[in-house]
Design a protein around this ligand. Structure first.
Ligand SMILES: [Zn+2]
Length: 103
């Protein structure tokens, strides 16, 4: 009986001894790492935002029709102003909706 207990204890004791020597977790740091947002328009080097290019302009709106904030999309202040202007222009021309039902 005593022999059996000894054989069971030894692997556990070895594991306890190796525990502090465990290598650092590779994903531990990633949780706090923030990815820097880049302005889409600056990255593509577009001169002006065309309201007729509504598919591009639409990408800066929510499904409900709301304009996405700079905080979310990462656009710079200058281009956010141009986007809002284009969205509002498209809304007035009935290209983009003012609002849609939430469902
Ligand atoms: Zn920009």
């Amino acid at each position: 009986m005593s022999e059996e207990i000894k054989t069971v204890e030894t692997p556990a004791a070895e594991a306890a001894a190796t525990k502090p020597e465990r290598p650092a977790r590779p994903f531990a740091k990633k949780r706090f790492e923030s990815r820097r947002k880049v302005c889409k328009i600056c990255a593509e080097k577009m001169d002006t935002i065309d309201y007729k290019n509504f598919q591009f302009v639409k990408s800066f709106t929510m499904e409900s029709g709301k304009i996405l904030s700079r905080r979310i999309t990462g656009t710079c202040a200058k281009h956010q102003r141009q986007i809002t202007k284009a969205i509002k222009r498209d809304r007035n021309l009935a290209i983009l909706p003012y609002s849609l039902p939430k469902k």
